[in-house]
Write a protein that binds this ligand. Structure first.
Ligand code: IVH
Length: 675
């Protein structure tokens, strides 16, 4: 492909992908399959790698992330990011309306007659200001202190519902659009499920997690989390309309996601009924809101009203009352998870809250206990906001019994009495007795048998409990020594269920290596990472032999994961467990038929392929490298062995390879190497 062709093709693919993205995320219709979408994306990624001179900063490939920032630059806002005055009752809203009318009347322009309010929801997320120039996203800043914010552009580019390039031509040459980045309930639940599988502590609250996610250094991680965004205001010199409502409607035409709920009632009674409607309606939304916002519609009136030091005089928020109750803390118990993480749980005097009886609330960790200074027999407030799990938000100090003492976090494991540890940089306490602490052992077995892991039928949490208590299993390898005679003795087992369990265990020996690797429950090695490691290294021996430096070279394997893998295989008990499982016949390498090597001629050699080839497509060539024991590297670095140069290879690659003294070979040189 020559330069001209590549440029055209890149442009065409970008437009196509952005169109598909738009129909999927904005219109909720998909025109092509996920697979075809991925293929188009891959084609574009490859082309941009070969012709980096045509890779736009707002290419759809930026949606998958990949940019890793060391820190975030702080940049001054062009228009300061103010906050809103809060109110908590309809009376206060009526007062606001009276104040607005009075000021407008004083201006003697008949403003009162022109006054209309736009009602919106108050999304509970993180504020963002995004600047577009000539239809392209150029910058996204967090609120920061309101005067300057952090540049999180690379991360914001991964949010699928925010356009990178605008549709049509009817937008101002330069403008800033503001909105709220939030975690949809579904994406938040999926993230927590994944973390549970990976043995990581789950997140408590969608807003804080959205805020944390936006500040992650690796944008590829952000891309995986499926954040979303609602946009609620425009600033700039030549906006299309003289009022907020019409401007908001216009952004839809440019490809932005408009909030679904906006109304423009004719009087203050309409405003009041909007409050009542959404105080109830919010429970059925797929995201959290913490109130509603009212804004004066006409820009001209907004200008007359102006600002106080902190907030506009033309807008106000009404905050919903979170449902709250007070009750007494009876005790704190401590749960031990699969990874040994300790979670403190408050046991409360049962109390009715938002229609359900609340008896327990998570206290998360030692920091949270200290922050609340919560003590035994304290009377506390429990609250249910948008979230499902109730939380303790404070202590009623006046009701504290005299002589109470601060809560001391336990120092030993409540189950096995081992002294607890804290890992550097983490707030959680851990019980380090991984192989001897019953809940950790049982948790690991539960993880092992799960559907996404070994998928063993006929066994559940209670059976594991029973088998463990009867000393029939002490770790996952013991599952493979269970005998019919042992099981039929047990109360819960009839002939049929014993057979089902034994069959399930037997057929798990055919489960593929990547799932076995996931089933081992190595910290931070979730499903995707396990798959990556398995297909890259092909066998447990090669993973075990890999050094930290080699592991981080693998796509998607960061330092945290690499360290955890090295730690796992360095541990004698884990090594012995793997050996026992191997002896029982589990799959510890990728199945031969998939991966039979043609030769080992390229063993320990790494390659980058670039350009167009005569006898292979690029993918065929890559497959040929692997089939002969070689490795495909993702980019040119000093460690690379060979660059296979095809026709029309991008000049920058050639230059880089020359600079680093890398051997550049042709297709026919390569063929000689493997024959
Ligand atoms: S308008 C001058 N509209 O609430 C401030 N803000 O407390 C104009 N928020 O920082 C803000 N939903 O992050 C506006 N529909 C909405 C909003 C909204 C949520 C947030 C926003 C702002 C904070 C103010």
């Amino acid at each position: 492909m020559n330069q001209e062709e590549a440029k055209k093709k890149i442009k065409m693919l970008s437009t196509q992908l952005e169109e598909h993205n738009y129909s999927y995320y904005m219109l909720n219709t998909s025109i092509i399959s996920d697979f075809d979408f991925d293929m188009l994306m891959k084609e574009l990624i490859d082309l941009e790698q070969d012709f980096p001179e045509f890779a736009s900063i707002n290419s759809p490939t930026k949606r998958v992330g990949g940019e890793v920032s060391k820190g975030f630059k702080t940049i001054e806002h062009k228009y300061p990011m103010m906050s809103l005055d809060n109110t908590y009752s309809i009376e206060e809203i009526r007062d606001f309306d009276t104040r607005v009318r009075k000021r407008l009347d004083e201006a003697e322009i008949g403003g009162s007659d022109l006054l209309r309010y736009v009602c919106e929801l108050k999304y509970d997320g993180v504020a963002i200001g995004i600047t577009y120039k000539n239809g392209e996203m150029v910058q996204a800043l967090t609120r920061g202190d309101g005067v300057s914010g952090d540049d999180v552009t690379a991360n914001v580019r991964t949010i699928n519902s925010i356009p990178l390039v605008l549709k049509g031509t009817d937008f101002p040459a330069e403008f800033e659009i503001r909105g709220e980045i939030y975690f949809p309930h579904k994406a938040f639940a999926e993230l927590n499920k994944l973390r549970e599988e990976e043995g990581e502590p789950t997140f408590a609250n969608p807003r804080n997690t959205a805020s944390g996610t936006l500040k992650m250094k690796d944008s590829a991680e952000v891309a995986k989390r499926n954040l979303n965004c609602f946009l609620y205001s425009l600033s700039g010199a030549d906006l299309p309309y003289d009022n907020h409502y019409d401007n908001l409607m216009a952004i839809k035409e440019w490809g932005f996601k408009l909030p679904y709920v906006i109304s423009k009632p004719t009087d203050i009674e309409g405003v009041a009924s909007f409050i009542n409607e959404w105080d109830v309606g919010r429970k059925n939304l797929e995201y959290d809101i913490d109130g509603v916002v009212f804004k004066v519609n006409l820009k001209r009136l907004q200008e007359i009203l102006g600002f106080t030091a902190k907030s506009p005089r033309w807008a106000i928020s009404y905050k919903f009352k979170a449902e709250r109750a007070s009750t007494v803390l009876n005790s704190i118990s401590y749960q031990v998870g699969r990874t040994g993480a300790i979670t403190p749980v408050a046991n409360l005097e049962p109390v009715l809250l938002a229609g359900t009886v609340v008896k327990r609330a998570s206290l998360h960790n030692a920091d949270q206990i200290a922050r609340l200074d919560i003590r035994l027999n304290d009377t506390v407030y429990v609250e249910k906001g948008g979230e499902i799990i109730p939380k303790i938000i404070g202590v009623i100090l006046e009701k504290r019994p005299s002589g109470s003492t601060p809560t001391e976090f336990i120092s030993t494991c409540p189950i096995c009495s081992t002294t607890l540890k804290q890992k550097e940089g983490e707030v959680a306490h851990y019980c380090p007795n991984e192989d001897g602490c019953p809940p950790q052992i049982k948790g690991k077995i539960e993880h092992f048998i799960a559907r996404k892991a070994m998928n063993i039928d006929g066994i559940g949490e209670e059976t594991i409990e029973l088998l463990y208590d009867k000393k029939l299993i002490a770790d996952v390898s013991d599952l493979y020594t269970l005998r019919y005679e042992d099981l039929i003795e047990l109360d819960r087992f009839a002939e049929k269920s014993v057979q089902r369990l034994l069959d399930g265990i037997e057929s798990s020996k055919q489960i593929t290596f990547e799932k076995v690797l996931f089933a081992l429950g190595i910290r931070f090695v979730g499903e995707t990472v396990a798959k990556k490691l398995a297909t890259h290294y092909l066998s447990i021996e090669s993973i075990r032999a890999a050094s930290l430096e080699e592991l981080v070279e693998v796509e998607e394997i960061g330092e945290k994961i690499a360290e955890s893998v090295v730690r796992y295989f360095g541990d004698e008990a884990s090594a012995a467990l793997v050996q026992r499982l191997q002896a029982h016949g589990l799959q510890f390498k990728m199945i031969e038929s998939d991966l039979e090597l043609k030769s080992e001629k390229l063993k320990d050699l790494s390659f980058v392929v670039s350009g167009v080839f005569e006898t292979y497509s690029r993918d065929e060539l890559k497959a040929e490298i692997e089939a002969n024991g070689g490795r495909n590297a993702s980019s040119i670095s000093a460690k690379l062995d060979y660059l296979i140069a095809g026709d029309k290879m991008g000049p920058s690659k050639l230059e880089k390879a020359n600079k680093l003294n890398i051997s550049i070979i042709s297709e026919s040189d390569f063929n000689k190497m493997i024959t």
